[in-house]
Write a protein that binds this ligand. Sequence first.
Ligand code: SAM
Ligand code: SF4
Length: 359
Amino acid sequence: MSKLRTPDMIDVTGAAGTANAAGAARPLIDGFARRISYLRLSVTDRCDLRCSYCMPERMTFLPKRDVLTLEELFDLASGFIDRGVTKLRITGGEPLVRRDIIDLFAALGQRLGPKGHGGLEELTLTTNATQLASHAEALFKSGVRRVNVSLDTLDRDRFHQLSRRDALPQVLDGIAAAKAAGLKVKLNAVALKGVNEDELPDLIAWAHGEGHEVTLIEVMPLGEVEGERLDQYLPLDDVRARLESDWDLSPSAHRTGGPARYFDIAQTGGRLGLITPHTHNFCDGCNRLRVTATGQLYPCLGGAERVDLRAALRSDAPAENLCRALDQAMTIKPERHQFRMDQRGAQPAVARHMSMTGG
Ligand code: SAM
Ligand code: SF4
């Protein structure tokens, strides 16, 4: 491992000096009695695509000096694991564009173990898959078993238009490589009015034919983008009604603890997830926190509340101060998001783009 300590140098019982800090064993429980067990950690806000619902073409990225080092990201993740986080998703921006990112996966993989052992139970990532072909095997070797790949269309021209880059062939190669490496692939597609709505049944049928689960997501008003958000918004109740005119959808007993509701489709033999922040609020069972690549902890995707973990990490007593900062986050996690998708010309619900907090 080039810059990060090699996994065999990491003491996984007291990783990065955080495990035995005062209060380290105390679980993270917020003011609404929700137990936090899931962290989404962004490792960069940069990306090689420019999806039009996510960011503008001329996006301003964070100065690199503000971004946490791989060591700091590892220490930070360890601090969360020591407080009962069992599921860790690496995200971005595009996580696989970060240099030496596999080193971080390899180090974090050392904290994986069976359910109930007190460490990490799942290490995963969300990716646009443009670089997945060259990283799939190394990810599997690090202990990753599942990847979420964002794929909104199977049409090359449409992909080019939507992401502003002609990268669909690389993405499909990446998905195939992940499958070949033994990674389970879950596809996420943002349902976009007048953009991919006509294609969603084909996308679902293709994914299920390949053995991949698919989840559709309603677009959220995060950050300024070109164009009107309301014009992008496609309520998933409408999509579901249209799918039901051809297919039999039955509610699935499958649960992940996340925001998706699942349906089994008889005709495709696959599972469909629906993430509906607007039509069905999902905040009651929220078990997650999000941290940006600069170490800003946002307890809610739809809120501006934050705690600065970088300051804690770079202080004289990082372990204690990180613990304290996490306690503080528990007191400010809001009960629910305040997204609205019913006003033309409205300001974004929050100023930061999804590429900052990750998904
Ligand atoms: N670059 C990676 C990718 O696209 O998978 C990871 C980061 S991306 C921000 C994570 C997810 O957020 C993607 O599935 C993307 O489609 C979704 N996303 C981005 N902006 C969104 C928005 N405004 N509303 C809903 N989902 C959004
Ligand atoms: Fe990049 Fe992902 Fe945002 Fe698309 S959705 S621009 S791939 S961060």
